[in-house]
Design a protein around this ligand. Sequence first.
Ligand code: KG4
Ligand code: ZN
Length: 340
Amino acid sequence: MKKILGIETSCDETAAAVYEEGKGLISSLVSSQVEIHSQFGGVVPELASRRHMEMIHPIIEEALSRAGMDLSAIEGVAVTVGPGLIGSLLVGLSVAKSLAYVQKIPFVGVNHLEGHILAALLEDSSPTYPFTALVASGGHTHLFHVQAEGEYRLLGRTRDDAVGEAFDKVARLLGLGYPGGPVIETVARSGNPQYVRFPRGMTGNGSFDFSFSGLKTAVHYHIEKGKAEGANPLQDKQMQADIAASFQQAAIEMCARTALRAAKAMKSPRLVLAGGVACNNALRSLMFGLAQEEGMELYVPRPALCTDNAGMIAYAGWRRLNRGERSSFSLNASARLPLT
Ligand code: KG4
Ligand code: ZN
């Protein structure tokens, strides 16, 4: 099975892609809903589902047309089945089933987190098994040990907010808009990361779990204290940049140090960084530096393969379909689908 259509609708991006064995990703399209959700400062689930409903067919048609194919050339369909927003997942899953049914081709449900991790294998320089992987996104902060194809062991996860969620919430506290990750990274470039030393929760206690809500609360209190003393970081651009840089420094150190500690404990010579937060250049360079010190290799997909996309789903699905895996038409979506 060579030509796979991938569909991803787990959150607020409607995405479709075509993966072809021997050629790689030949088209990958993402329709973002940022404009719809930014006025609310976060994703509104019902609006996300409704927008997927409008966009899913045009996006699939465009992905096929850019691949120079029509539906009849597709041999299998891969679709995100969880975790994610249930109403959003159901749109993609229903469409995938319908396409598979009318075309009489197999389909397979893919775990979104597996998609993020396997995105690293789509790059020319890609890791071999085993490796340790950190998935850092708006919905997840999960550390896995990947022993072999499809063999995932959960090493740690966030106990409260995901790291991307912390970026989004802190951006809101600083009046910087949504989504917070890219805007915090930009503003932080002109700030001092040592301006405030925010707490690095759970980094030194031997577990591989994360906690970001204390960091977010510390930023909140810092801003309130500033206001009480007559300074307003929402208006003072330098102070805003210094707080953004100090928050980013704490968040990326928490991610990087815990991931490195986990990889060392697993005796992994290879580390993968994936998910939307992996776009962050400060995080990438910190992790590259730490990995080099430990003699480990770090693999980070290009930004378009870090944020939500259907290319990673098409690719993960191609691997599963070629191992003989098939989903049945009774497959249901799962908001909290575990990978292990
Ligand atoms: O993987 P993704 O597209 O969706 C989820 O599966 O959640 O990740 C989106 C998250 C958002 O929270 C966004 O703020 C964050 O990734 N993000 C970043 C950057 N670009 C996106 N966080 C930090 N720095 C960035 N440059
Ligand atoms: Zn994601």
